[in-house]
Design a protein around this ligand. Structure first.
Ligand code: PRX
Length: 639
């Protein structure tokens, strides 16, 4: 597909790829089922509700009325029963969680093991006085105690509030204050690239820095470090379990509309905003999309490489796969340690059936080279998924060819912390894939694009992506516009919808750049650059040069195989001219080994903007690779 200039043909030139027939033959959802599902909103979502076990069956699927309406309003259920208890009859000895620790540890929890530990920990939490409605903050890396604590909270009806382990003490304190959470479960520490991170110290500092009262702290002991001492209000996790050995806790039945958990959005700008997801609608949406989009089966070993601290980990590492009785893999390490073939080794060794990751990871794998996936047997894979950013066509092709062996469909899934679960994606056994485009709205979901005034925009212009009917995974307190047929949730994403209903996300509203009279999505421009051979990733930034017009800078990280910069620049120019137009070619190029990324893997465009504008750059504590800042500054000076 590459031509001589190294520029890939663009998805809008019409490349589509049909799902492999062998996949279609076994897919969880057929074309006929999808068509039938799409027909009668909202009752189609009864099929998702029926995937769950209810303590009190619901009579109504969706009740409009107050605000955004309510899903399964008269039903009651418990999420831990759905993720654990109900699998015991058939899957007692099957692995529920397979954990691969950072120091080579391996632990497998069968569904029966999970049942025991969730119950014992739920009894432990109860003994601390934690009850229905109390918010429990969980501040741990990818260790099994994290999903166990989530399920134990769910069992007693206490909403959990998972805070990403890499966040600072200040960020933890802020999230505990905002959620009025008085209880914390953390660990003494963990290892990162060989160094011990003292998580408990961060938790203690968070407690000191706030007036907000934190009454009890439970500590999972992970480090062999005598210096970590438990204080008066601290409880050792193992001690609590031992005190409640063999106890069973009656699951608290929750209204479908009661919150299952809170999560703060991971934006790179602005204040953290809490989102509350429901017990019934969220879980039904998580289960249905895991079945229909990720095509999960109980017999599968499934790996979602996201951190549980983000929504993807909540929905597609914990609640989705466990509600279906699947084996979910929890991997604590980094993808390039001990070697850059680590991910492929884990897939081969565990015979992973379905792998779900992010474009930023796929582009890193590409940069490391095909020899790594090529040296492993990846034939266990049946389906590949992507989430978090647009998957540019060259990354799509690399993933399809070198990881999937052209036998696995790719689902490029669009959704958000706010949506709770997937809203846009191809159905893997039904729809053709268009590399670069996320795909159509799922059956039962309706989307459109709207212009600046809120009026529908034409497909070619593009506009803000808006969801025009409520969906089950909708959170409580979602900010929406209009009522009845005018109801909609308008996102900050700018998108275009083609004649087949496929949505291409062009960028965030806050991530567009002005080029002459045009507003251009940074993602669109970045994708055109990233598709050039020799380029790993690109970031577009708008630089204000005194009173003069804006200048567009392209920060480009390159492949390990070093190239002549001028040749690369020519190829990029050619690609941008061909896919967007000559007006969009950036005025300046800065070549750098890496781009600055937050710990959640999001590009920190604001920081690049500040550096390029010669301004003061603010807080860089969210950066995973702060050392790159100096390198970029000196590259700019050399220009
Ligand atoms: O801009 C979209 C982008 O990620 C945003 C949501 O981020 P967050 O709430 O952190 O949740 C990430 C995981 C669900 C969206 O508004 N995004 C997510 N998936 C895609 C995407 N952009 C393009 N294509 C996707 N598949």
């Amino acid at each position: 597909m590459d031509d001589e200039s190294g520029v890939e043909s663009h998805p809008r030139n019409g490349r589509t790829v049909d799902p492999p027939p062998a996949f279609t033959d076994q897919a969880n959802v057929t074309a006929a089922e999808a068509a039938a599902f799409a027909e009668d909103w909202p009752d189609c979502w009864d099929e998702a509700g029926e995937m769950l076990d209810w303590a009190d069956a619901y009579g109504t699927v969706f009740e409009s009325g107050d605000g955004n309406g309510r899903w399964f309003p008269d039903g009651r259920l418990n999420a831990s029963v759905n993720c654990v208890d109900r699998h015991l009859d058939e899957r007692k000895t099957q692995a529920a969680i397979k954990w691969i620790g950072k120091r080579g540890e391996r632990r497998t929890y069968t569904y029966l093991d999970l049942y025991h530990e969730v119950n014992e920990f739920a009894a432990g939490l109860r003994s601390l006085g934690i009850g229905e409605g109390d918010v429990v903050t969980l501040y741990m890396p990818a260790i099994p105690e994290l999903p166990i604590a989530m399920l134990a909270c769910a069992r007693i009806g206490a909403p959990h509030n998972v805070v990403f382990a890499g966040f600072s003490a200040a960020a933890l304190a802020e999230r505990m204050e905002r959620s009025e959470s008085e209880f914390l479960v953390t660990c003494d520490g963990y290892y990162r690239r060989g160094n011990a991170i003292h998580q408990k110290n961060k938790a203690d500092n968070a407690r000191i820095s706030t007036d907000h009262e934190v009454t009890d702290v439970v500590v999972v002991e992970r480090l062999d470090d005598e210096s970590v001492r438990l204080g008066e209000d601290d409880h050792a996790y193992d001690g609590l379990l031992a005190d409640h050995r063999g106890e069973e806790v009656d699951p608290v039945s929750r209204a479908a509309t009661d919150p299952l958990f809170l999560i703060y959005t991971s934006g790179t700008t602005g204040e953290p905003t809490g989102v509350r997801h429901t017990t019934g609608g969220y879980l039904a949406h998580a289960a249905w999309t895991s079945h229909a989009v990720l095509d999960l089966e109980p017999a599968d070993t499934y790996w979602c490489s996201a951190d549980i601290g983000w929504i993807t980990g909540h929905t597609y590492l914990v609640y989705g796969p466990l509600s279906l009785g699947t084996t979910t893999l929890l991997y604590e390490g980094t993808p390039d340690h001990p070697e850059k073939d680590r991910v492929w080794e884990v897939i081969e060794r565990n015979a992973v059936d379905v792998f779900y990751t992010a474009p930023t990871a796929i582009r890193a794998f590409m940069k490391w080279g095909t020899e790594h996936p090529d040296s492993h047997d990846l034939s266990s894979l049946r389906l590949l998924g992507s989430v978090g950013e647009p998957l540019n066509p060259s990354a799509w092709s690399w993933y399809y060819e070198h990881v999937g062996g052209e036998d696995c469909p790719i689902v490029d899934t669009w959704w958000q912390t706010e949506t709770g679960a997937i809203l846009l994606s191809t159905l893997p056994g039904v729809d053709a894939m268009k590399p670069g485009s996320a795909g159509p709205a799922l059956p039962g979901i309706d989307v459109t694009v709207v212009g600046p005034t809120g009026a529908p925009a034409t497909a070619t212009e593009g506009g803000r992506l808006a969801v025009t009917k409520p969906w089950p995974g909708m959170p409580l307190d979602l900010e929406t516009d209009g009522e009845g047929d005018d109801w909609r949730y308008v996102t900050e994403d700018v998108a275009r919808i083609d004649e087949d209903g496929y949505v291409t996300v062009l960028g965030r509203l806050d991530d567009t750049v002005a080029v002459g009279n045009h507003r251009l999505g940074t993602m669109e421009l970045e994708s055109a650059i990233a598709d050039v051979e020799g380029v790993a990733e690109a970031a577009i930034v708008d630089v204000r040069d005194g009173e003069a017009e804006n200048t567009i800078y392209a920060f480009v990280s390159t492949d390990e195989r070093h190239e002549c910069e001028q040749r690369l620049r020519d190829r990029i120019t050619d690609s941008v001219e061909r896919t967007i137009g000559p007006f969009a070619v950036p005025e300046a190029f800065v070549f750098t080994p890496e781009l600055p990324k937050t710990r959640s893997g999001k590009l920190m465009r604001r920081l690049l903007k500040d550096i390029a504008n010669d301004g003061e750059f603010g807080d860089t504590s969210a950066l995973r690779n702060p050392e790159i800042v100096g390198e970029i500054e000196s590259a700019l000076e050399r220009m």
